[in-house]
Ligand binder design. Structure first.
Ligand SMILES: Nc1ncnc2c1ncn2[C@@H]1O[C@H](COP(=O)(O)OP(=O)(O)OP(=O)(O)O)[C@@H](O)[C@H]1O
Length: 755
């Protein structure tokens, strides 16, 4: 195959514009051929279907394996599949083909086109190579120092099927014997300078070498991806999910890939990236909705106040919950349950201590909700032993005689009720219960916070969901109402010669493992913003990935959790003895250098170990540090927002401390509605400091930074997150006087006051 562009000698006399037009036309011809091929494959498939031939489908409805398309030739199946996936890609996506490599291969001069999906021609030759294929690797890894046989790397900017721009890198000038032209000014910078919308975009066309290494890293064990704000951790993690599914589809599609992020706003922000890569078989979940597999309908995006969140996230809660499960339901009587029954006038009884010992023995190997039967048998047996030999009763009737007594059933209901996790957790609303459950584990102040939080009867918080999950793990699932009688014969099995015996049925029914683990498990779990995952949440996640490989993505300097040592320990525990690899991303693609310079000065004195990336872009606009009064806050803020919406092309984020957020949002929306056009209003967003995690806006106003620090357990680190959200402009607005957060911070621009 020889795809070298055929250029005439006189090309060298072309003007820059003519040269670009010529190159665009060359690339358009190839892109046209790709789309024509896809149309043709779709027609072939349609005809095959019409003529009644089978187009086998795999279990996954939208995915037809090449080998399954029996009515199609393999090459058609491949292209048909590509066409189907293309139809699923985002309508606004930036085109199927985005790259081209011109390789200096002495054997076979070669051009490779790289795209979101692979497409082959009639001869089964690749017209486009899937970006995740090995053959696409040099597109991301080649550098002038190590060109990997690439002479020129070309990024094509397409709008649907039209090529609208070209950006070239000449990687090996010496090998450019064919005088390949070089146009454009660099794809990466062009891409970074574009305005951001409310959804994250994929970066397939401009993945950088250090990012590519993390994306294509081997999967077993744990892969840790760290790096400062804006280094592409999230976007790299999502491309990694797509890569793993491509390179090990069998394993990961069957076992499942779970991507976990901090909250629903973040999940909405990232959800388009995977479909734009042609991947839709990944489960995206916010950390507050993980528990919904074992407790349907339970999910939360509400956060506790800082101090309560710290108590609920701590590992100490494991001890508290274990004690809580064993507390008698009626604490007010102060009596632990004991049992007393009579058989033929003989009194049989077990003291509270004796039944407590039986309970502890059973719970050492069984979970509460699954063990009632064994518990009942054990108590009955202990009571039965007390029946004097001379009593006039058949020994084998004693157990039933005990179990049938009302006194015994009352005892069982009090001693071993079926407990649901939500019921048990709500018991902490009673300070007396909390005091018993947390005695010697939590300080009185912490016990009070816990109790008060449940006494409010507010909806569950994100931190509660991990506690509920822990309780489900301790209790086991709540047994459903006993089924109608078990069928002894196989349903509809009249024609089956052998019959199923009652003991077969019991054998199956009695296997506790079948009923134990109701949570979903995955073959790969990818945790984003891992620095905020509390120890209790790690336990919840690990239940979903007991056999999984992991990708863990985070930046300690952005943690909202006060104890960073604890965060590090949780990740080390996850790794254990498993194989693991670390990647550090070093370039900040989001923040302009001017903005990051400020953010850096804020975080460094408090957290000298912060991993500070290099910001590659400069806008020439220094951050503006403004001060206003309480009375003028809304008016001044409205002016700033109005101005920023004019100055930046995309979104404007207003990040205010939780205590001010709701009131400010209402007041601003009313004020802005009267003076801005509705289209601009849609570009203004009001995330809380925690919701802003992982997100970005072209312009950002950080309101009352001191209060943001005061109201988060992560303190200054949460302010650091807020300050690193802008892609273009940053304004901070102190209230009353310049904030304490500004001590030691120097910005070149003079301080401005709002007009
Ligand atoms: N190679 C790249 N090409 C183009 N854009 C990129 C590239 N790498 C990252 N970006 C862009 O940089 C921005 C930051 O990326 P991302 O949100 O993944 O960073 P992050 O490390 O997760 O940030 P944070 O820690 O602040 O949440 C995004 O807009 C992303 O699309």
């Amino acid at each position: 195959m020889d795809h070298w562009p055929k250029r005439d000698e006189e090309d060298s006399t072309l003007t820059e514009a003519e040269l670009l037009a010529h190159e665009l036309a060359t690339e358009q011809a190839h892109v046209d051929a790709v789309y024509a091929r896809l149309d043709q494959a779709t027609d072939t498939a349609r005809n095959a279907a019409r003529s009644g031939q089978n187009l086998f489908r795999s279990e996954r409805d939208t995915w037809m394996r090449e080998e399954d398309g029996t009515a199609l030739f393999e090459r058609d199946a491949f292209s048909y599949q590509a066409a189907r996936r293309l139809a699923e890609l985002d309508a606004e996506h930036e085109g199927l083909v985005f790259g081209r490599l011109d390789l200096d291969d002495p054997e076979d001069r070669e051009v490779r086109y790289i795209g979101r999906i692979g497409v082959r021609d009639d001869e089964y030759e690749p017209l486009v190579i899937d970006w995740r294929a090995r053959a696409a690797e040099p597109f991301y890894r080649a550098t002038p120092q190590r060109p990997m046989d690439v002479v020129r790397r070309r990024v094509l900017r397409c709008r649907n099927d039209r090529v609208v721009g070209i950006e070239d890198d000449l990687l090996d000038a010496e090998s450019n014997v064919h005088n390949l032209p070089v146009v454009g000014e660099g794809a990466l910078m062009a891409s970074l300078a574009r305005a951001r919308g409310t959804r994250m975009r994929d970066i397939v066309a401009t993945i950088q070498s250090e990012q590519d290494e993390a994306i294509r890293a081997d999967y077993p064990g744990v892969t840790v991806i760290s790096g400062g704000p804006g280094t592409g951790k999230t976007v790299v993690a999502l491309h990694r999910a797509a890569y793993l599914l491509y390179s090990h589809r069998r394993r990961f599609e069957r076992g499942g890939v779970l991507v976990v992020g901090p909250g629903p706003v973040f999940m909405n922000y990232i959800e388009r990236v995977l479909p734009s890569l042609g991947e839709d078989s990944v489960t995206l979940r916010s950390i507050g909705s993980i528990v919904s597999d074992v407790l349907p309908g339970v999910a939360s995006d509400t956060v506790d106040d800082a101090d309560t969140a710290v108590v609920k996230g701590s590992l100490k809660m494991v001890t508290v919950l274990r004690t809580l499960v064993n507390l008698p339901l009626d604490l007010t009587t102060g009596l632990a349950p004991s049992v007393r029954v009579t058989i033929k006038g003989e009194v049989l009884s077990l003291s509270a201590d004796q039944v407590a010992r039986i309970r502890a023995g059973i719970l050492s190997h069984q979970r509460v909700n699954l063990a009632r039967e064994s518990a009942q048998k054990a108590v009955v047996a202990a009571l039965a032993q007390q029946v004097p030999e001379e009593t006039d009763v058949e020994a084998d009737q004693v157990p039933d005689m005990i179990a049938d007594q009302a006194a015994f059933r009352t005892f069982m209901d009090a001693w071993w009720p079926s407990l649901s996790a939500p019921q048990v957790l709500r018991r902490l609303a009673d300070p007396a219960v909390t005091a018993r459950a947390a005695e010697g584990v939590l300080r009185p102040e912490q016990q009070r916070l816990l109790s008060e939080s449940y006494a409010r009867e507010a909806p569950w918080t994100v931190a509660d969901t991990a506690l509920l999950d822990e309780l489900v793990a301790i209790l086991g699932p709540v047994p459903s109402e006993p089924d109608a009688e078990q069928p002894v014969f196989i349903e509809g099995g009249e024609s089956v010669a052998e019959f199923v015996t009652t003991s077969d049925v019991w054998e199956r029914k009695a296997d506790p493992d079948l009923r134990e683990d109701t949570h979903e498990t995955y073959a790969h779990v990818l945790v984003d913003e891992a620095q905020d995952v509390t120890p209790m949440q790690w336990r919840m996640l690990r239940r979903r990935g007991s056999q999984a490989s992991w990708t863990v993505v985070g930046d300690l300097a952005q943690s909202s959790w006060p104890d960073l040592e604890e965060v590090g320990r949780a990740v080390r525990e996850l790794i254990g003895n498993a194989p693991h690899r670390d990647f550090r991303l070093s370039v900040n693609y989001r923040s302009p250098a001017e903005v990051f310079n400020l953010a850096k000065q804020v975080v460094e004195p408090h957290y000298p170990d912060a991993d500070l990336p290099r910001a590659v872009r400069s806008t020439g606009h220094e951050p503006e540090l403004l001060t206003t009064t309480e009375a003028a806050l809304v008016a001044d803020l409205a002016d700033v927002i109005d101005r920023l919406t004019d100055e930046v092309g995309g979104t404007v984020g207003v990040i205010a401390p939780p205590s001010r957020r709701e009131a400010l949002r209402g007041a601003l929306q009313r004020r802005l509605a009267t003076r801005m056009n509705p289209a601009n209003l849609d570009r203004i967003l009001f995330p809380s400091p925690l919701e802003a995690k992982g997100l970005e806006y072209d312009g950002v106003v950080v309101v009352d930074p001191d209060a943001i620090v005061a109201e988060s357990p992560g303190g200054i680190r949460v302010l650091y997150v807020a300050l690193t959200r802008p892609t273009q402009r940053l304004v901070t607005l102190d209230v009353g006087r310049p904030g304490a957060w500004r001590q030691g911070v120097a910005v070149p621009a003079p301080e401005l006051e709002p007009a």
